[in-house]
Each structure stands twice: as structure tokens, then as C-alpha cells.
Design a binder for this molecule. Structure first.
Ligand SMILES: Nc1ncnc2c1ncn2[C@@H]1O[C@H](COP(=O)(O)OP(=O)(O)OP(=O)(O)O)[C@@H](O)[C@H]1O
Length: 304
């Protein structure tokens, strides 16, 4: 449904059956997603997963090949024209010789109606840097300035595309603490990242995407639980993959030459089977880390 006014009950973001093709490339391949107002959501995925393409569609910069993209119950361009959506991009757009306050004030002068400059600098945690030249600010501080500028229109939805790339740990921490403090006022935040830890630490919800599709969607603990299994490796020529797969709690079996690798929730059952019903040797059982879960969920672990 498209309306001319902000629809308070509409999802902050709605993607329904969205695909986007660039020639032969399927950048987005059937995404259905609804974000509730006030959620902080991470779009987590490896390079080329389709994160930027989704964000570009939400910003009205590109149209889907098929499906519906809505922001606050309306077409993205309409929501943007009303100042309901802002974005923080990775680079560009800052003049080194202006001060932090001058930069935000200049941006504010382009809009008819904005929040006060000092208020947005404060929200972004850079009020103390107001008189510093942009060229003297660190990458993280410049990014918080971009965040301050994005807040000028007091947007209901804030989109951030890999906002902390290149920042050190402290810069990242300061950046996210400003975003989180601000979001407690009810703003919806959607950020793209390929840092698992960043998604886990700062998002209420993680949408894991790979090859243009949602492969997992849940809270940090739910996504971490996907990593709760064990990996069992053993020397076992002619492994009976069907028999192993049929054991309870086995997620994945991979045979390489004379060895077999099994991902399972219940490693005891698998180990017992291997040791009693097969000639398996050299058993090795390791906890599946979240990094490994991420790689296997996004299909990157297969060639590792
Ligand atoms: N304008 C374009 N023309 C052709 N192919 C494109 C275009 N934009 C994106 N793609 C392709 O679409 C796929 C998804 O790209 P996208 O930039 O959305 O991924 P991403 O998850 O943001 O990746 P990254 O983390 O590297 O930024 C990639 O295969 C990319 O090469």
C-alpha cells in the first residue's frame, strides 16, 4: 500500500519478493523482509552478497527488477523527499578546511527545516570537536560527522553502508555507542557490515544474506546458536555418507579423499557410531565457532 502520509503502523522497511538483476548477475534473489520501527538491524554478509544493492533500493537509487520495496509504507523516493530517511555512506562529501560545526551548518542550510546543528553534533558525540577542522579529524570522527549530518532531518530510518570500514577498535566503539544512544529514541537503523562481531554486538537483529538471499534472520544469540554444534573429523575411507547423515543431529557431511568431516549438534552420537560401526581412526572433535558457522551458512566454507 502506498500512502501520502507516514503510516505509523507500517513496517519501517518492507521488501517483498524483491529481485535485482544486473545483466546476468543476480544481485538480489527473492528477499522478503519487514523491519519494525525502532529496530537496529544488521545486514550481515560477505562481499557481493547484495547488501549495498538492497540499501540502494531503499534509498531509491535503483529500482528492483521485481517485487516491492517500501519505506514507512511508501515508495523510497517519497520517504526520502520528506526527510524520513537518511544514509551514512563510507566516504566523500566532506571539505577538509571547514570545521565540524561549519560542515553541519552548511548542510543544514540546504534544508528548509532541520534539527539544531549543536543538537545533532551532541547526538553524534562530537560536540567537543565542533571547532576542529575536518581535515584534522580521525576517520572515525569524520564518520560521526556524517552521522550528525544524517540526523539533521531527524529521519525515522537511518541506513548505513559499512560505516566503520577502516576505523580502529576505539573509533568503532565510539561510533556505535553514539548510534545506539541515538536509536534509543525510536529511530530504526539498518546497517550493512561484513563484521560478524559488529553485527552481534550492536544489532538487535541480524539478517544474514548470501548470494542475494536471506540465509538466517534472528537475534545475535539465535545466530550464535547456529554455531553451537561440533565438527568431527576422522580418517575413514569409503565413508557411508547416507548412514552418517541419518544419525540424529547431523547437519552436514563432507568427504575429502580418505577423510570425512561432519558438522553435528550431537558429536557423541557421531563419535560412537564412527568408533563402533566403522574402521574410522584419528577422530578430532572441535567446537564450531561463530566464524565457521558464518562461513558455512554463507556458502564460503566449502572450499576452505
Ligand atoms: N551496477 C552494477 N552492475 C553490475 N553488477 C553489479 C552492480 N552493482 C552490484 N553488482 C553485483 O551484484 C552483486 C551484489 O553486489 P553488492 O554490492 O550489493 O554486494 P555487497 O553485499 O554490498 O558487497 P560488499 O560487501 O563487497 O560491498 C555483486 O556480484 C556485484 O558485483
Amino acid at each position: 500500500m502506498t500512502t501520502n502520509t507516514t503510516n505509523a503502523t507500517a513496517p519501517a522497511v518492507r521488501l517483498a519478493g524483491v529481485t535485482k538483476e544486473f545483466g546476468d548477475v543476480r544481485a538480489v534473489w527473492g528477499i522478503d523482509l519487514a523491519l519494525r520501527p525502532g529496530e537496529i538491524v544488521a545486514f550481515l554478509g560477505p562481499n557481493g552478497a547484495g547488501k549495498t544493492t538492497n540499501i540502494d533500493m531503499l534509498l531509491g537509487l535503483t529500482k528492483p527488477t521485481s517485487g516491492t520495496v517500501e519505506v514507512l509504507g511508501m515508495e523510497p523516493r517519497k520517504a526520502i523527499a520528506r526527510g524520513l530517511v537518511s544514509a551514512v555512506m563510507q566516504t566523500g562529501g566532506l571539505l577538509k578546511d571547514l570545521t565540524v560545526r561549519e560542515t553541519a551548518a552548511y548542510m543544514a542550510s540546504l534544508f528548509a527545516d532541520t534539527r539544531p546543528v549543536d543538537e545533532v553534533l551532541d547526538r553524534a558525540g562530537i560536540a567537543g570537536l565542533a571547532d576542529r577542522k575536518v581535515g584534522k579529524c580521525s576517520g572515525g570522527e569524520q564518520q560521526r560527522l556524517r552521522f550528525a549530518m544524517a540526523l539533521l532531518s531527524d529521519p525515522a530510518l537511518l541506513l548505513l553502508d559499512e560505516p566503520t570500514t577502516g576505523m580502529d577498535v576505539e573509533g568503532r566503539r565510539a561510533f556505535w555507542s553514539a548510534i545506539r544512544d541515538d536509536a534509543s529514541s525510536g529511530r530504526t537503523v539498518l546497517f550493512a557490515t561484513h563484521y560478524l562481531e559488529e553485527a552481534d554486538q550492536y544489532a538487535d537483529r541480524i539478517v544474514l544474506i548470501s548470494q542475494g538471499q536471506v540465509v538466517a534472520d534472528g537475534t545475535g544469540p539465535q545466530i550464535r546458536a547456529l554455531a553451537s554444534g561440533r565438527t568431527i573429523r576422522a580418517w575413514l575411507p569409503d565413508a557411508d555418507v547416507a548412514a552418517i547423515t541419518a544419525l540424529g543431529g547431523v547437519d552436514h557431511v563432507e568427504v575429502r579423499g580418505e577423510s570425512v568431516t561432519i558438522h553435528a549438534k550431537d558429536s557423541d552420537t557421531v563419535a560412537r557410531y564412527l568408533l563402533t560401526a566403522t574402521p574410522a581412526r584419528d577422530l578430532e572433535i572441535t567446537a564450531k565457532g561463530i566464524e565457521e558457522a558464518f562461513l558455512s551458512l554463507t556458502g564460503q566454507g566449502e572450499s576452505a
